[in-house]
Design a protein around this ligand. Structure first.
Ligand code: AMP
Length: 284
């Protein structure tokens, strides 16, 4: 496995491959866990070359204490990537990514100011800017993103389409613990008690799925069902919304969403840790 410490090393590595060879990119912020491994397991048989990036992107953190608190486990990350048969890891520094004078960024448009973007102005502009730079530098044929971060996935797919980027963005299913909690680097920050209480997110989502499957097509009623799970929970709900997957806007009626699937989104705070999850409802 090659360690590429700056863009020059990345370019030298990338130049070895002909246009016929497929290159898979998996962007990460490190602190790798089992769910990250599934992205690499998907990419490995599909691509001639697999490159990971590990970069805690300062542009997407609006609070410096959040950026400082982000877990850093480089040694374990590299051991895991080696085991996953990754060909190369790009480990840029902030200066390599954003040299002095850097000023341009991607405007993610609407749907970036809702849900995860509501409390974090500039977050998705930061995400899309670094993702676009990673795409330009790594020139992947396919980039792999987790469905767990549904809004991020949507915005990356839309940017790829809108800006004619020559690659495929592949969605990878959310990996969960046996009890339903979605894997996240943030779960490690929860006490044992809060770890159990965090199950409320998945319980609320599965209740919405059950109600949808029973025939309920009123998105506001499905949202109300999800909210009831938080009435007696220490978890503080940030949002519980049913969205149209194609527009990533609040779902309205089955006829305005004709041919578009609905997805239930949820986020809540427990012990100061922001947790998010989502489940597909289906075609209304
Ligand atoms: P991160 O390092 O947290 O930015 O995540 C890197 C990639 O892993 C992103 O595309 C995430 O959506 C994906 N990811 C994180 N957690 C999960 C999960 N539980 N299931 C599937 N993908 C995930």
């Amino acid at each position: 496995m090659e360690l590429l410490n700056n863009n020059a090393e990345l370019q030298a590595w990338r130049r070895q491959f002909s246009p016929e060879e497929t290159v898979g990119l998996i962007p990460t912020m490190g602190a790798l866990h089992k769910a990250h491994a599934t992205l690499f397991d998907t990419a490995r048989p599909e691509c001639d070359q697999v490159v990971a990036s590990v970069f805690i992107n300062p542009l997407q953190f609006e609070r410096t204490d959040d950026l400082k608190a982000y877990p850093r486990t480089m040694e374990q990350d590299l051991a895991m990537l080696e085991n996953l048969k990754v060909d190369a890891v790009y480990l840029p520094t902030p200066d390599d990514m954003y040299p002095s004078g850097f000023a341009t960024s991607v405007d993610p448009g609407d749907s970036a100011v809702q849900f995860e973007g509501a409390a974090r102005p500039g977050h998705f502009a930061g995400v899309l800017t670094v993702v676009l730079k990673l795409f330009q530098r790594c020139r992947p044929t396919t980039a792999y993103f987790g469905q767990k971060d549904a809004q991020q996935l949507f915005l990356v797919q839309r940017m790829t389409r809108d800006l004619d980027l020559p690659l495929t963005v592949q969605a990878c299913p959310t990996l969960r613990e046996d009890d339903g909690l979605a894997f996240s680097s943030r779960n490690a920050r929860l006490s044992k008690v809060a770890r159990q209480q965090a199950l409320v997110l998945h319980q609320a989502l599965t209740a919405a799925v059950a109600e949808f499957q029973a025939g309920d097509r009123d998105p506001r009623k499905l949202e109300a069902t999800m909210r009831t799970f938080f009435e007696d929970s220490p978890a503080v709900l940030a949002y519980a919304d049913v969205i149209d997957e194609v527009t990533f806007q609040s779902a309205q009626t089955s006829s305005t969403s004709r041919g578009h699937a609905w997805r239930a989104l949820i986020a809540a705070r427990l012990e100061g840790v922001h947790l998010l999850d989502n489940l597909l409802l289906g075609n209304p």
